[in-house]
Design a protein around this ligand. Structure first.
Ligand code: ADP
Ligand code: ADP
Length: 237
């Protein structure tokens, strides 16, 4: 269970980016955070991974407050959180499977000889994740040769290799053509069900949120303006 309680964040004094944000998400839930540009969606995601320090509030993952974690605990929490990015953040010159395996170490790790450092089991797991995202035939291809939609599926496989409880997707479909966007949303929905994940995605498009998400959180000017099951969301939003 992910619980956010009374989260506040200001980048500048007297200019709150987030004000009193509270919501909770159960495992097996795909939640979309929607709202106009500048509403505070990215700030919420960065707070959830503690990439930025919020000013006050609580962020609980299965009851543990990640805001009060020390460095070692924070590292452990981050391993439970996978990240998916708008521009994929892949290492383009490496192969697809190397990029997936790279998720085991985190994005700051050294790249030298990445593949040789992994066990047979780790490589098998990376291959099975590539099957899940439909890219098993591309394992040895360089990422630079893939389409945007394929790259994002590599990014998703990479986010899963640490067996996260939560995956945070920052505008996962904003750089994709409509058909690839649908494929990626369907994949996130299916993986959320299969692995009982909490998947939190920032989106601009309300129609995509309604079609694929289970829960929709609306943010406007740093305030939470709604938090509803997707099928209960009224038409006029
Ligand atoms: P969204 O993701 O919904 O577009 P953001 O979370 O990026 O919104 O931004 C929320 C508000 O915080 C905006 O007013 C934005 O200008 C401000 N903001 C975001 N990042 C920073 C930063 N690093 N420094 C100062 N202000 C920021
Ligand atoms: P530390 O904070 O311990 O130095 P890192 O900064 O290397 O660790 O990564 C922290 C965690 O953030 C990773 O273990 C991973 O869960 C997540 N993460 C962030 N970015 C990525 C990414 N591009 N690929 C995979 N995982 C990522």
């Amino acid at each position: 269970m992910l619980e956010v309680k009374n989260l506040d964040k200001s980048y500048q004094k007297d200019l709150p980016a987030l004000s009193d944000i509270s919501f909770s998400v159960k495992p097996g839930t795909f939640v979309a955070i929607i709202g106009p540009s500048g509403a505070g969606k990215t700030t919420i995601l960065r707070s959830l991974n503690q990439l930025i320090k919020d000013d006050s509030g609580e962020i609980l993952i299965d009851g543990d407050d990640i805001r009060s974690a020390n460095k070692a605990q924070l590292r452990k929490h981050r391993r439970q959180i996978g990240m998916v990015f708008q521009n994929y953040n892949l290492v383009e010159r490496l192969t697809v499977i190397e990029n997936v395996l790279h998720g085991r170490l985190g994005y700051k790790s050294t790249l030298a000889g990445v593949l040789g450092r992994y066990t047979k089991e780790e490589k098998e797991e990376a291959m099975s994740l590539l099957e899940k995202v439909g890219l098993e035939d591309f394992a040895l291809q360089r990422c630079s040769e893939l389409s945007g939609g394929q790259k994002q599926r590599v990014g998703i496989a990479r986010s899963l290799i640490q067996h996260p409880k939560v995956i945070l997707c920052d505008e996962p479909i904003a750089s994709l053509d409509p058909a690839s966007a649908q494929t990626v949303m369907q994949l996130l929905k299916d993986l959320t069900d299969e692995y009982n994940l909490i998947c939190v995605a920032n989106l601009h498009q309300i129609n995509m949120a309604k079609k694929y998400a289970d829960q929709i959180i609306g943010i406007r000017k740093g305030h939470l303006v709604f938090d509803e099951a997707a099928d209960l969301l009224s038409e006029d939003i």
